[in-house]
Design a protein around this ligand. Structure first.
Ligand SMILES: [Zn+2]
Length: 315
């Protein structure tokens, strides 16, 4: 009996070893997932969440479109060229085309409404709205967010046959908005789409973007001592400020036009979610929180939900 038991145990040993090994490997994968392993999942997650939210917003926009486009349905706006004749006034022209003075003055960059010259060429948008030249990296989605209008209305106003293929420099009519109201937003948009970053802090780069130890490093590591100021790389809004797994205490800034930056492993957060920050503003302090081996800043640039090499964006 005892012998049999011993034999049974002998037979079981390989199985047991196998079990223990499997468990060990699982544990290793779980705990040693690494910065990028979890970083990428999170990026993918937030990307999916974004897409979900986008989809939801688009759905709501489609629903609310009925009301918005009822106004627009009458006539699709178009961009005309008008030559100023003797006796023309800005008010008269605006009235003739049923557009606002603001739309006319902004569209033609008129500083003074009284300085019309005979023979002067004016651009006239036959509805209230503005012209938006498409910049690199912009999508209908990001443009619609900038002007707080719907994708559907932009597609309709521009009679876009292939809305997914925007050309850089393409002039889009953004209908149904008064220029005066959006000027500030449009200005913000221009500055963010032609985004120029500054270094969040200047120090030695201890790790570059790209494959690292069989994984993928989603940002650059800038070595600095604990407490060093971390500055916002560009103007933006704080999308998140708090603890996020391997990132430790991190700040995620949204710069608009699908561009975000992340500052991880910080020791101290100096901003709150929803807060607007200016380029160069101190948003956090260098630390060693999360999955980090010594104080450093892990800096990420995320474009349309994917990380990019920050060095391509930094001066
Ligand atoms: Zn890193």
């Amino acid at each position: 009996m005892r012998k049999k038991w011993g034999e049974k145990m002998k037979k079981a040993v390989p199985h047991l070893t196998c079990l223990v090994l499997t468990f060990a490997v699982c544990a290793l994968i779980y705990f040693e997932g690494g910065e990028m392993f979890s970083g990428q999942t999170k990026v993918a997650y937030s990307y999916d969440l974004n897409r979900y939210q986008n989809k939801k917003t688009i759905e709501t926009q489609v629903a609310s479109r009925a009301q918005t486009s009822e106004k627009l349905q009458k006539q699709r706006p178009s961009l005309l060229s008008y030559t100023v004749k003797a006796g023309d006034t800005l008010w008269g022209i605006a009235n003739k085309y049923n557009v606002s003075i603001e739309t006319l003055t902004k569209l033609n960059h008129l500083k003074n409404a009284n300085t019309l010259q005979i023979g002067q060429k004016l651009s006239i948008l036959t509805a209230d709205g503005i012209i938006h030249p498409v910049s690199r990296g912009e999508s209908l989605w990001s443009i619609s967010r900038t002007y707080n209008t719907s994708i559907e209305d932009i597609i309709w106003a521009n009679n876009l046959k292939q809305p997914d293929t925007l050309q850089i420099g393409q002039k889009l009519i953004i209908p149904g908005i008064h220029t005066a109201k959006v000027t500030a937003k449009a200005a913000v948009n221009t500055s963010t789409t032609r985004l120029s970053f500054i270094w969040p802090l200047r120090s030695i780069i201890s790790s570059y973007y790209g494959p690292r130890w069989g994984r993928f490093h989603s940002g650059i590591d800038i070595a600095a001592s604990k407490g060093t100021d971390i500055k916002a790389a560009a103007d933006g809004t704080v999308e998140a400020a708090g603890w996020l797994g391997n990132y430790g205490y991190m700040v995620l800034l949204n710069h608009g036009a699908g561009i975000k930056t992340r500052y991880a492993h910080t020791s101290k957060l100096l901003v709150k979610k929803g807060q607007k920050v200016k380029q160069g503003e101190v948003i956090a302090e260098v630390g060693n929180t999360g999955r980090s081996t010594g104080p450093h800043l892990h800096f990420e640039v995320i474009v349309n939900g994917r990380t990019r090499n920050p060095l391509s964006y930094l001066p």
